[in-house]
Design a binder for this molecule. Structure first.
Ligand SMILES: Cc1ncc(COP(=O)(O)O)c(C=O)c1O
Ligand SMILES: Nc1c(O)cccc1C(=O)C[C@H](N)C(=O)O
Length: 406
């Protein structure tokens, strides 16, 4: 301890970094101009690129230029499934043959929800919550209008999320499908996915989990939870790059009869036979509609290598410590801001939201100072440190600048 509180805080952050089992990982990510961005706190919107990803993308371009159309037979045709299997093993708790990469989260959500609803033709309701990510709400509103179904909304406090008890009360014998986020995009609330899945099954309903904000930071056990379907994006903690394709999971037991609504040639059995009529490919390949984005899938592989090496439990532990640290610093340096996320780390994913009526006006000044959090209307500053790439010192710098600007 010194008589200088700022120096004490800096020393404490350095000590946390020195003791961090993942201390060597931040150096594996690009930092093109360290003075331009002094604190990146938006890893849950767009992860930083790994250095290995740049090399892997260059190698993929070389393969494209050398192998040309032959690349499809040699590797690319199978990539959505081979990377899907790897994703399943490293971060989803999913055995092979249930995960495919392709499309955006929005499109895959539509395809999975339509396929799921076709499995419960006698039921009339979809259960969802009022603070799910907009795309989930809009897609389900569209499907409900298209199929003449009802939506049953679970009303949630935006600083919290869907409790298992509230979900159980909302699911009835009319419910065909429950669609919820594992980690809420605004508050970071971590849902009890296993218990909610059980509640849905007890009522004969199916569940589709949106894993966008948990994949790569929170352990996921899709097979153990007996989840029916899941979807998630790969550009956040998986650092797949802007617009990298999403993943979709269909439980093996459902695959045989599963029909998704966009019948493209790439998801057909024997696509290069070009035959009349659509017959879905065997297994999870049937989730594919059109030509997959090969270059878009490359970067996430490098992040999966890092998570595989570190172990998702260690990644989660760092993530929980980082968000605890955010809360500790916010209480100390930003006492006028409200913490709009669960305080218990066991009930929180990888980010924390702070509320203050002046955050909207402060945001451009933070960007000018090289501090990049997210802003979520009406007044939330969302801080998403990425466990593999963010240091404690970076978090401290960010919150000091926020305090200074506020
Ligand atoms: C929970 C959630 N679902 C879906 C999406 C987005 O889907 P898409 O990749 O289609 O834009 C996001 C983030 O953009 C999200 O946070
Ligand atoms: N997908 C995004 C985009 O294309 C532009 C800006 C932000 C995003 C995001 O990922 C937003 C994010 N899913 C959220 O939770 O707010």
């Amino acid at each position: 301890m010194t008589t200088d509180p700022a120096a004490d805080l800096a020393a404490d952050a350095r000590a946390r970094d020195a003791a961090d089992p993942l201390r060597d990982y931040p150096a594996l990510f690009h930092r093109v101009d360290a003075s331009d961005v002094v604190s990146y706190l938006d890893g849950n919107s767009l992860g930083r690129p790994t250095i290995a990803a740049t090399e892997a993308i260059s190698a993929a371009v070389a393969q494209w230029s050398g192998r040309l159309i032959r690349g499809w037979d040699e590797e690319w045709f199978d990539l959505p499934i081979t990377i899907g299997d790897r994703l399943g093993r490293v971060v989803l708790g999913a055995a092979p043959g249930q995960t495919a990469i392709g499309d955006s989260t929005t499109v895959l959500l539509y395809k999975l929800a339509r396929g799921a609803l076709a499995m419960r033709p006698d039921r009339t309701e979809i259960v969802l919550d009022t603070d799910n990510f907009p795309t989930d709400r809009y897609v389900l509103e569209g499907i409900a209008a298209e199929l003449g179904l009802d939506l049953r909304w679970i009303t949630v406090d935006p600083a919290s999320g869907v409790e298992a008890g509230a979900a159980r009360e909302s699911i009835t014998e009319r419910t065909a499908l429950v669609v919820l986020s594992h980690v809420a995009y605004r508050s970071g609330f971590l849902a009890d996915a296993e218990e909610i899945t059980r509640a849905a099954h007890d009522a004969g309903a199916l569940v589709l989990w949106d894993l966008c904000h948990s994949v790569g930071s929170v352990p996921i056990e899709l097979d153990r939870w007996q989840a029916d379907f899941a979807v998630g994006c790969t550009y956040k903690y998986l650092c797949g790059g802007p617009g990298s394709p999403a993943f979709g999971y269909v439980r093996a037991a459902h695959l045989d009869g599963f029909t998704q609504p966009i019948w493209g040639w790439m998801g057909r059995r024997d696509p290069f036979e070009m035959e009349a009529g659509y017959i879905p490919a065997d297994g999870i390949r049937r989730m594919i509609s059109g030509t997959p984005s090969v270059l878009g899938m490359i970067a996430m592989r490098s992040t999966l290598d890092l998570i595989d090496r570190a172990g998702i439990a260690v990644v989660r532990d760092k993530s929980a410590r980082l968000t605890d640290y955010v809360i500790e610093l916010a209480r100390l340096l930003l006492p006028e801001a409200r913490i709009a996320s669960p305080l218990d780390p066991a009930r929180r994913g990888g980010h924390v939201t702070l509320d203050h009526p002046r955050f909207r006006e402060v945001l451009p000044r933070l960007w000018d100072r090289g501090v990049i959090p997210d802003f979520r209307a009406p007044q939330g500053l969302r801080l998403g440190p990425s466990p593999l790439s963010t240091t404690y010192a970076e978090v401290l710098t960010g919150i000091e600048v926020i305090a200074d600007q506020l």
